[in-house]
Design a protein around this ligand. Structure first.
Ligand code: HCA
Ligand code: CU
Length: 361
């Protein structure tokens, strides 16, 4: 399953603050794609965030809604008022955090967490618990937390690689150990080393059943797993057919428009260049059969294959474009190609055709 956290983790991206209406618009788009969970935000952050979450919870979306909360009764009260079904409670239990950040003992921390979980459960919420910075937390501490979570009938635990520090093989081992406790597991992988997706996949291999992701990979620092990438990997390598791939580009554009942050051009699937060919050799092969240089078909994602023309272009590229405008003269093709090759500028269709018409005249 997929948990999309564009509205929570994604809102922790510098420069991103959704209005209630924007929050709703994104949630509806995510619901259309078919994500299983939508993490709608942290209602205690501000009235505006709260209002947006409330707006979403009134819609009767298909996805399960989960709101973020510290291990505080007051935070959980905010969540209760939004009427979402799930709460995600997080607390860091590494020795370093306990000592330097909070200055409390592990027992004290577990007590605080238990009270929060019990309160949430007593009020009918389903609970996900995240021992934040899981990958750097001492196993003894984690083990105790997992026992407590199991006793309190926590519905899911999330293994967070909060600083993106882990290695896929090490992550696999950790997830496997946690899965053996019998509580359903999420994985939440940050991308500081560019390993978020690899780690998430290893998490799946080890038995995790939910992967956290965000549209355009948004999130703190280098962000987390990108929604389009994980859904596409699930489709092509795991045969998961339940998500609407043809909507992924649309939702990426929507989030880019709202956040003002576009993915880099070479970003997989939703980046501007993800389906663009440039070198003459590639174009010539692709015109015979796209599969020579494409694993992913553009149409599946509601996108179009494009061909970029500059001095890397070959004769086939120019012929292909000019033919579209009814120009079939080989000599003109050669001349246009020479012109293209003598320039360091790209050539748009218009410019190619204009060039050809000028030469013909
Ligand atoms: C945070 C940290 C978090 C929490 C994940 C979770 C992380 O911003 O609160 O609550 O499951 O990466 O550990 O995003
Ligand atoms: Cu995170």
């Amino acid at each position: 399953m997929i948990l999309d956290s564009t509205l929570r983790e994604g809102e922790q991206t510098p420069g991103v603050n959704y209005s209630p209406e924007e929050r709703l618009e994104i949630a509806m788009a995510l619901d259309e794609i078919g994500v299983d969970f939508i993490e709608v935000g942290h209602p205690a952050v501000s009235e505006d965030v709260f209002a947006g979450i409330k707006l979403i919870s009134e819609q009767n979306l298909r996805a399960n809604l989960i709101a973020h909360s510290r291990a505080l009764i007051s935070d959980i009260d905010h969540v209760l008022k939004t009427d979402v079904e799930w709460v995600g409670i997080f607390f860091c239990l590494s020795n370093a955090c306990l000592k330097k950040r909070f200055n409390i003992s592990l027992d004290h921390a577990l007590d605080k967490i238990s009270k929060a979980i019990e309160y949430a459960k007593d009020h009918g919420l389903r609970v996900r618990f995240t021992p934040e910075d899981t990958t750097r937390t001492e196993w003894e501490n984690l083990e105790r937390a997992l026992r407590v979570a199991r006793e309190l009938k926590v519905d899911r635990v999330s293994i967070a690689d909060t600083t993106g520090s882990t290695h896929p093989l090490r992550f696999y081992t950790l997830v496997k150990k946690v899965v053996s406790f019998g509580i359903p597991v999420n994985v939440h992988c940050h991308n500081d080393l560019g390993l978020a997706l690899a780690n998430a996949i290893m998490g799946i291999e080890a038995g995790a059943t939910v992967v956290d992701a965000t549209v355009n990979g948004l999130g703190e620092r280098a962000g987390i797993v990108d929604l389009a990438q994980i859904i596409t990997v699930l489709y092509y390598h795991y045969g998961v057919r339940k998500y609407r791939l043809e909507k992924l580009y649309e939702v990426s554009r929507l989030v880019s428009r709202i956040t003002g942050i576009s993915p880099q051009p070479n970003y997989p699937i939703v980046g501007e260049n993800a389906f663009t060919h440039k070198a003459g050799l590639h174009v010539s092969a692709v015109l015979k059969d796209p599969r020579f240089y494409e694993f992913l078909p553009a149409e599946v994602f509601g996108r179009e294959r494009t061909i970029y023309v500059d001095r890397y272009a070959g004769k086939d590229t120019i012929r292909y474009y000019l033919e579209k405008f009814g120009i079939r003269d080989d000599e003109i093709v050669n001349k246009v190609l020479r012109k293209v090759k003598s320039s360091r500028e790209p050539f748009t269709w218009d410019r190619l055709v204009e060039e050809a018409r000028r030469l013909r005249a």
